[in-house]
Design a protein around this ligand. Structure first.
Ligand code: NAG
Length: 197
């Protein structure tokens, strides 16, 4: 009698363990996030989404929109305008890594609002300025269509990447020309193979 009860309990528990992830995977396959808490929800759920759509995301001061270690084959789609809070720190504001990743920002803008940091000194002093976008450990991947506007300082850092294509990306820092923007380099490539820009 006692043994029978235990076996029944185990069998019930096993059933619910199998059922929960199956339905969750189905729901979470294509995930959409937006607004002021979208950044943290995206980070919390990134491993269970094959497409992550980020619409008008507001990343708070001192936080990284951390899309590192994505599942193989993940698509990241930016829509609208992504904004970032102000803090003097080293960043990055955005980080993406993984294998077979597509980051598509066609018609989307990542707006650094760099004038909050610009002090003519860039990385040579003055305010500590966050790096913008770390494409580190991206393999067999594509970044396309994104417009980056007014970066605090350097924009794309590509490092430890292999077979990465950056295509149709627009970087527009011209507001910084007479407003203290400095060292707002577009690309910084290191320790990588087969990078096409
Ligand atoms: C690139 O990564 C290597 C480690 O693999 C590190 O030593 C180096 O400082 C990095 N370079 C940049 C520009 O981030």
């Amino acid at each position: 009698m006692h043994l029978f009860t235990s076996l029944t309990t185990v069998a019930l528990a096993a059933t619910s363990v199998i059922a929960a992830p199956a339905s969750m995977d189905k729901r979470a396959d294509s995930c959409s996030f937006s607004g002021s808490d979208g950044w943290s929800k995206a980070i919390d759920n990134k491993k269970s989404c094959s497409t992550i759509t980020l619409t008008d995301i507001e990343v708070p001061a001192g936080e990284t929109l951390d899309l590192s270690n994505l599942k193989k084959g993940t698509n990241v789609v930016f829509k609208g305008t992504t904004t970032f809070g102000y803090k003097e720190w080293k960043g990055p504001l955005v980080r993406v890594s993984g294998d077979d990743i597509t980051v598509d920002g066609t018609d989307a803008t990542l707006d650094g609002d760099g004038s909050r940091w610009w002090d003519t000194k860039g990385t040579n002093g003055g305010k500590k300025k966050p790096k913008f976008f770390y494409a580190h450990k991206m393999t067999n991947s594509v970044i396309k269509g994104i417009t980056v506007k007014n970066s605090p300082v350097q924009v794309f850092s590509i490092n430890n990447s292999d077979n990465l294509e950056v295509n149709g990306v627009t970087i527009n820092n011209k507001d910084g020309d007479d407003n203290g923007g400095h060292n707002t380099d577009a690309f910084d490539v290191g320790e990588s193979n087969k990078i096409t820009i």
